[in-house]
Ligand binder design. Structure first.
Ligand code: FES
Length: 328
């Protein structure tokens, strides 16, 4: 039994809390429906929450009873309430630039009082209808704007609108996520690996490391399906101010003419997980930041751990970099 706002809902066998509420006509914001984006966050007032439903949440959120309804089995009595975990801020779309045929760079006004760390993500909410999606922040906290990389899916609910609505008002909730630069060990090598627009939080971490004078080498791997899916190449090149840093662009599919065609950057055909594992000979020595498709992030995290990397030095923020069934 799930109780919300004084009404009790009877789940069917095998349903999640989100499925149970949705079947009864209760509107709960959701997106990935796989425990990744944190859009469906709610709080349990009474009842035991399974550990799986709190995976990836901040410790302070766990202690306060927040959980992800999409991966919480509705097989136990729970009294729940809507989430007011994150602060909400008003913002505005300042500018939009095309970064590739599929990715737009969206600049938002930085609301006063909005504090975040480079690499975290926010929920962007359209005012008129409440449609929301999570996006990572690529800009630094010191900037007066917020930079997002938006993968635009034709027919999607929010991304085409976001990338064509300069001047429109939006709401922001957050920040969320643990993929942030840790300035405590300036000499430790940093390895940043991500696919698609998982590049955005990695850019945030890279910029934050440079800004704070990080001395260890920084290696960034950006994976895409093909050369046309790689983006931000000029900006990536500008991050290579120091010759000890490296940026490697990887294409799952490609041909010789597309390989090594970029000055300064390295460009190859290969699988991101395979290349990172092959190149990183001493996993315990480095700190890792992994962002992108959940299966890839989980696979790489597990393999790095098995090769000796310490879990407290692997910062992983999986998220959906492709359109979910419902559009994006
Ligand atoms: S909808 Fe539940 S975590 Fe994304």
């Amino acid at each position: 039994m799930i109780t919300l706002d004084g009404t009790t809902y009877q789940p069917k066998a095998g349903e999640s809390v989100l499925e149970c509420l949705s079947r009864h006509g209760v509107s709960v914001p959701s997106f990935c429906q796989s425990g990744v984006c944190q859009t469906c966050l709610m709080r349990a007032v009474e009842g035991d929450i399974p550990a799986r439903a709190q995976q990836g949440l901040k410790e302070s959120f766990k202690k306060r009873g927040f959980f992800l309804t999409c991966v919480c089995a509705a097989d136990r009595p729970l009294t729940i309430e809507r989430s007011q975990a994150a602060e909400r801020f008003s913002s505005r779309i300042l500018d939009v630039q095309a970064l590739s045929s599929r990715v737009s760079r969206v600049y938002l006004e930085r609301p006063s009082g909005f504090q975040f760390e480079a690499g975290q993500f926010v929920q962007v909410i359209r005012r008129e209808d409440g449609v929301r999606r999570p996006y990572s922040v690529a800009s630094l906290p010191s900037a007066d704007h917020i930079e997002l990389h938006v993968a635009v899916f034709p027919g999607g609910e929010l991304s085409p609108w976001l990338s064509s609505s300069v001047g429109a008002q939006v709401e922001l909730e957050g920040p969320f996520g643990e993929c942030v630069y840790v300035p405590v060990e300036p000499e430790r090598p940093l390895v940043l690996a991500g696919t698609g627009t998982g590049l955005a939080p990695l850019i945030g971490v890279f910029r934050a490391a440079l800004e704070s004078g990080h001395q260890g080498p920084i290696t960034l791997y950006h994976g895409a399906r093909s050369a046309s899916d790689l983006y931000f190449t000029d900006e990536l090149r500008s991050l290579l101010s120091n010759s000890q840093h490296r940026i490697i662009e990887l294409m799952l599919e490609g041909n010789e003419s597309e390989v090594d065609s970029e000055p300064l950057l390295e460009r190859r055909v290969g699988d991101l997980v395979d290349v990172v594992l092959e190149e990183q000979k001493a996993p315990p020595a480095a700190r890792y930041y992994l962002c992108g498709a959940p299966d890839l992030v989980h696979r790489l995290k597990k393999k790095l751990y098995l090769k000796g990397a310490s879990l407290d030095k692997i910062h992983a923020d999986p998220f959906l970099s492709r359109a979910p069934q419902a559009g994006a």
